[in-house]
Design a protein around this ligand. Structure first.
Ligand code: HEC
Length: 231
């Protein structure tokens, strides 16, 4: 059972929220109602829901609410002003704060040296990037590999790195500008192993792709990224 406080309960979003709560009485318990100054509507909601708390930001309105309720709902405590909002706020349940797994987010770190049960490649942590960089690319850069890598690049990498690889993706504009993957100096300085490890464990802000791409797919993507080098 989740306790819920609806702040702004007299507005249209608040009313829709109460509708949802009304449909799932087994899952949610209304703990508080909060509004700015609409006494009449809040009074009606208090009568209907009888929550432990009702708050009005406007202190005069809160007094009017007490009068309007006229002792009919003794289980509801009427609070006023910022202080009242603070008291009921602790009951707020925000979906953002619940447990969830987001795409592209690494939700646990494997112990260094772990090996997947299915075989495949050894897991190197971010700190072991230099060791990971020494690995040779086990996937030959055939036309087929580059094609597969290119398809995956379009899906996973263009938002930040851009179709060209220069780092002009739509997300990058609002995020951190990524490295220019077409830069010949960079292409020369980095081994395939180094870059593949970047996809495996992520960078400072770049997410890890170890869950969305298999180890082999990550090598295909690197084979494709090699073709982006500025000629
Ligand atoms: C959310 C944006 C974002 C996405 C999506 C993203 N990257 Fe990155 N990438 C970055 C940023 C920012 C950096 C540089 C800073 C850092 O390491 O976090 C970076 C760095 C890199 C580097 C290291 C460059 C170097 O310094 O040698 C490589 C290689 C790379 N990305 C490839 C990819 C590939 C391939 C994909 C798709 C599988 C991808 N990135 C997806 C943002 C992103």
């Amino acid at each position: 059972m989740i306790g819920v406080t609806v702040l702004g309960s007299t507005g249209s979003i608040g009313e829709s929220t109460l509708d949802v709560l009304a449909r799932h009485p087994d899952r949610f318990k209304l703990v508080g109602l909060g509004a700015n100054r609409n006494v009449a509507k809040l009074a009606a909601q208090v009568l209907r829901w009888r929550p432990p708390y009702a708050v009005l930001a406007d202190e005069n309105a809160a007094r009017e609410l007490v009068q309007a309720l006229d002792g009919q709902v003794p289980e509801t405590r009427v609070l006023a002003g910022a202080q009242g909002l603070i008291i009921v706020y602790r009951w707020t349940h925000d979906m953002i704060k619940t447990q969830r797994v987001m795409p592209g987010e690494m939700n646990f770190a494997m112990a260094p040296g772990s090996l997947p049960r299915t075989g495949s490649q050894l897991y190197y942590s971010k700190e072991q990037r230099e060791v990971a960089a020494l690995r040779k690319n086990p996937v030959p850069a055939t036309a087929e590999s580059i094609r597969k890598g290119g398809d995956l690049y379009v899906i996973y990498c263009t938002p930040c790195h851009g179709a060209s690889g220069t780092g002009n993706g739509l997300v990058a504009a609002k995020f951190v500008t990524p490295a220019d993957l077409t830069n010949p100096e960079l292409q020369k300085a980095r081994t395939d192993g180094y870059w593949q490890s970047y996809l495996s464990v992520g960078g400072a802000v770049m997410p890890s792709y170890s869950e969305s791409l298999s180890a082999e797919e990550r090598w295909h993507v690197i084979n494709y990224v090699r073709t982006l080098a500025a000629k």
